[in-house]
Design a protein around this ligand. Structure first.
Ligand SMILES: [Ca+2]
Ligand SMILES: [Ca+2]
Length: 368
């Protein structure tokens, strides 16, 4: 190549080299960008990639699960942290107070409402436990004429009664269920924002799966209920009725025959009527009980792991040794300090999974 030719091709060659070098740099930059975006997506709030395909026996066919990803509208992000779980002055199953760490999770701001549950039922055709005929095998010796669909409704006596026999104020009502809470002649019309009731554990689980969510562990529930307060007796602080204003829908008066409804509500209240706790969650005290995912054991706190406890692997209730029970939390409109302090954040309740009462509801979470 002559000197002239070299000179003629110098600048085109330089442009070509610069172009190729620039292309390589651009490729590397794009690769880094893609890797960084992927990493961000994977490490930020976990969105389940698909809905659960398993179903509750005898309830949801697989073709009826919701194809939508969980919708976190109406939920609050609860940042992870460590808290003192249990209480020093409660019942023995609330002890020992122990340190528990939970990862962050989303939680419904409110109890699941009638209108939310109705949407689930309409989309899936789900039939709740209370709407199914009881299986005679589960009730040996029972009068077959009594084995009809129904649920247990609070039916207060007119006079004061001893508090050692709950059957005096609970009554099995044929035809009572989530859409007919007091019995076949009752309705939820006009009660769309009220919490759904008569929900058995498997009903709550079926709803949660449909929504792409889950039920809270007992530790998640208590951590959330405390709203950032440390070892306080109430979810709002240490005074039961600050400024003479009731902070939750519980019971005032002599239980179970006198309900003064000083808090404004004789039965359930619309969700989010009372002020939220420190995390923006409503009705973590009172209104309706809320199912948790855990089995119940009174001795669990003595052996519970310190991080994200999932509950014991089996259930035991010394009050009813033959029955397997799940945990419920938060108390209901039937709680008062004489009979039931279940509305306090450390208080624990247990219930057989097939039991839905006129004060049993739930809320959901989305966990990692
Ligand atoms: Ca009340
Ligand atoms: Ca509640």
């Amino acid at each position: 190549m002559s000197e002239n030719q070299k000179s003629r091709y110098f600048w085109p060659m330089m442009f070509l080299a610069a172009f190729l070098f620039g292309g390589i740099l651009w490729g590397l930059w794009m690769h880094k960008l893609v890797v960084r975006t992927r990493s961000y997506k994977e490490n930020s709030f976990p969105v389940p990639r698909s809905n659960p395909t398993d179903t509750t026996p005898g309830s949801l066919p697989t073709t009826r699960t919701n194809s939508a990803l969980p919708n976190t509208n109406g939920m609050v992000w609860i940042s992870g942290g460590t808290f003192s779980m249990g209480s020093e002055d409660g019942r023995p199953d609330e002890m020992p107070v122990h340190q528990v760490t939970v990862d962050g999770f989303w939680m419904d701001k409110t109890e699941v409402s009638n209108e939310q549950f109705k949407k689930f039922v309409h989309e899936t055709g789900y039939v709740t436990v209370a709407e199914r005929p009881p299986n005679p095998k589960d009730y040996p010796g029972a009068d077959p004429s009594l084995l009809v669909p129904g649920s247990v409704v609070f039916s207060p006596p007119d006079e004061a009664v001893p508090l050692n026999d709950a059957s005096v104020w609970w009554r099995y009502v044929p035809g009572a269920n989530w859409s007919h809470p007091e019995g076949p002649d009752s309705t939820i019309k006009g009660k769309e924002k009220y919490p759904v009731v008569h929900v058995a554990f498997e009903d709550a689980l079926a709803y949660a799966k449909w929504a792409g969510k889950g039920l809270p562990t007992e530790a998640q529930w208590e951590y959330a209920a405390r709203g950032g307060l440390d070892r306080q007796p109430y979810v709002w602080g240490n005074e039961q009725v600050p400024n003479n204003k009731w902070q939750a829908n519980i019971w005032q008066g002599h239980f179970p025959n006198e309900n003064s409804s000083a808090d404004g509500f004789k039965g359930t209240a619309p969700t989010a009527t009372f002020a939220p706790n420190g995390y923006g969650l409503y009705d973590m005290a009172g209104n309706v009980w809320e199912w948790c995912a855990d089995w119940y054991r009174p001795d669990y706190y003595a052996q519970s792991p310190g991080k994200n406890p999932q509950g014991p692997t089996d259930s035991f209730d010394p009050d009813e040794p033959g029955a397997q029970k799940r945990v419920q939390r938060g108390g209901s409109y039937l709680c008062n300090d004489v009979y039931c302090s279940g509305y306090k954040p450390g208080s624990r309740m247990k219930c057989t999974p097939d039991t839905g009462l006129s004060h049993s509801g739930f809320r959901c979470v989305v966990s990692n």
